[in-house]
Design a protein around this ligand. Structure first.
Ligand code: CA2
Length: 142
């Protein structure tokens, strides 16, 4: 399965339109294009998905477990609350890398804890949209 899944959660469709001081000025389309450059260079396909709905993200994680060899996931605010997304990650037989554009550990206390971190292979935090590229490299480099 030469295919990765990129999943972005709630409000990340607004990237580049508001809060540039925290999330930068790049759009979600820029994020997808950056990751696609990496997957293309390894001869991989990229599926990308954004949703503001928790259940839709669970469905997509389950689908990726059947069709992809890894997942790059920014679950946005659901990172801090979602047992459903955590259980979906734990149910798939492929590595999931958690990405956050901002450094969740230097922000409000409620962002410091990730419900997902302990079932993910790793975490890339606070490196802006470059973090997505590094996550793709980490999944694809042997
Ligand atoms: O830093 C990240 O990538 C976050 O996952 C972003 C989430 C936040 O809840 C997490 O704690 C950290 C929020 C995404 C909202 O994105 C926006 C982008 C532009 C304008 C408004 C919201």
């Amino acid at each position: 399965m030469n295919r990765l899944m990129l999943i972005n959660g709630p409000n990340l469709n607004l990237l580049g339109t508001r809060e540039p001081g925290i999330y930068g000025s790049h759009t979600l389309a820029d994020v997808v294009a950056e990751v696609k450059k990496v997957t293309d260079s390894f001869g991989y396909e990229l599926d990308d998905f954004q949703s503001n709905h928790e259940g839709a993200m669970v469905d997509k994680i389950q689908e990726a477990g059947r069709t992809c060899s890894g997942i790059i996931l920014n679950a946005a605010a659901y990172t801090h609350t979602s047992i459903a997304i955590r259980d979906a990650i734990a149910s798939v037989p492929i590595p999931v890398l958690e990405v956050h554009i901002s450094n969740i550990h230097t922000r409000e206390e409620f962002r410091h804890h990730s419900m997902l971190a302990s079932v993910c292979k790793g975490q890339v935090v606070g490196l802006g949209i470059k973090g997505y590229r590094y996550a793709a490299l980490a999944l694809l480099e042997k």
